[in-house]
Design a protein around this ligand. Structure first.
Ligand code: SAH
Length: 380
């Protein structure tokens, strides 16, 4: 068995002598890449841990203690688990890994928004944002490293898809941002939105597991209604959310309510056209009773006419819903522009006349590339 700590020290000493700059979070120093065969302790659910303990002649309640340490008390090592006998801690250390999310960069916007870059154990990076308002402290978190979709207006789409995040990596972003809310603002975290990097419904198993831990009293104890998952619109998976009778909230990035226009900016619409989305949403609503929020960026001269607003209103009538009009956040070499105030007002008026609840959301954290669609590993 490789002694990883010594090996890490050796690599760092070697790199210093050879004047090679190795970042402390470098994949070269990552235990996973040192071919450890140890599994991540948080990849097991409680029953699996209990089974593991029983098989080794330990009491099952020890598994509950370990579970509580890793999910509720955010333990970073087995050494910290002081209510476990010392030899058991050594045994666990020998058999399991505890992963840690490192905050490798943290920038604060003039409006108070905090953007963090998190490094994962394999050296990949993701981003998460704390959005403070007088009433709320919201964590915007990522579900994938990179993204496989190619929405024309989104900076994350320019990155390649690297991998799905594990449930513990999604959960740890919330823990880190919760700590920031307490440290910087002295306030508890109130809301969580899965609107960072990635498409959460293409990593549903891990996202759902993370949400369960965020909700659980044995985790962060957050009410489901404070958690929102935003999707580009994967009809089959929206149907599954209905089957699973999920209790968290759903937002759908619509941005155009006719197939031709939507396909131009979101190629996911080619395989998930509006009719399929409407059918899936009806099933979702029938099973959950939850309304949906549509996100709509009003692009100048693209989807900002009175007819576009009427199309949107018609789509909104499939199930109870509301609309968040999102300000467009410019991205590098982007081909779009935010519409004018005048056209925006006319657009919103049509929706109101049709009885649709619509709110215009101003973006936060634009100066540090922390706003919607700007997360792309760029430093401002
Ligand atoms: N893949 C998911 C979640 C990530 S995007 C989804 O598509 O919903 C989160 C939100 O940011 C979506 O509504 C997305 O459409 C929006 N967004 C992306 N790029 C943007 C930009 N440049 N300006 C404003 N909002 C943007």
């Amino acid at each position: 068995m490789v002694n990883r700590r010594n090996l890490r020290k050796k690599i760092l000493a070697f790199s210093r002598n050879a004047k090679i700059n190795i970042h402390p979070n470098s994949p070269y120093l990552c235990p996973m890449l040192l071919k450890t065969t140890k599994p991540n302790v948080r990849s097991f659910d409680k029953d699996e841990l209990r089974e593991f303990f029983k098989e080794r002649g330990e009491k099952a309640f020890r598994a509950d203690q370990v579970y509580q340490w890793v999910w509720q008390k955010h333990a970073k090592s087995f050494e910290q688990m002081t209510n476990l006998p010392k030899d058991l801690r050594a045994f666990l250390e020998e058999h399991f890994l505890i992963t840690e999310l490192h905050t490798s960069d943290c920038q604060r916007s003039a409006d108070g928004t905090v953007k963090s870059v998190f490094s994962l154990t394999d050296g990949k990076t993701i981003e998460g944002v704390l959005i403070p308002t007088p009433k709320r402290m919201t964590a915007c978190i990522s579900s994938q490293a990179g993204c496989s979709l190619d929405c024309k207006f989104c900076a994350t789409a320019r990155l390649k898809m690297m991998r799905n995040l594990h449930a513990d990596e999604i959960y740890d972003q919330v823990v880190a941002i919760k700590n920031q809310a307490e440290e910087f603002y002295g306030k508890p975290l109130t809301n969580i939105v899965l609107m960072g990097m990635g498409e959460p419904l293409l990593n549903y198993k891990n996202v759902a597991a993370a949400i369960e831990h965020i909700h659980s009293p044995e985790g962060l104890n957050m009410a489901y209604k404070r958690i929102t998952l935003s999707t580009s619109g994967i009809a089959k998976m929206i149907h599954k959310l209905g089957d699973d009778e999920v209790k968290f909230k759903l937002a759908l990035s619509l941005h155009a309510a006719d197939n031709e226009k939507r396909s131009k900016i979101m190629s996911i619409n080619d395989t998930n056209p509006l009719e399929d989305l409407a059918a899936a949403l009806k099933h979702y609503y029938a099973k959950t009773g939850n309304a949906v929020t549509y996100e709509y960026i009003v692009f100048k001269d693209f989807n900002d006419t009175v007819q576009d607003a009427r199309n949107l209103a018609r789509f909104c009538k499939h199930i109870p819903s509301k609309v968040n009009i999102i300000e467009y956040n410019p991205i590098e070499d982007g081909e779009f522009e935010q519409t004018t105030e005048e056209r925006l007002n006319a657009f919103v008026q049509v929706l109101e006349r049709e009885g649709i609840v619509a709110k215009v959301r101003r973006s936060r954290g634009k100066d540090i590339d922390a706003a919607c669609g700007q997360l792309a590993g760029k430093k401002s």
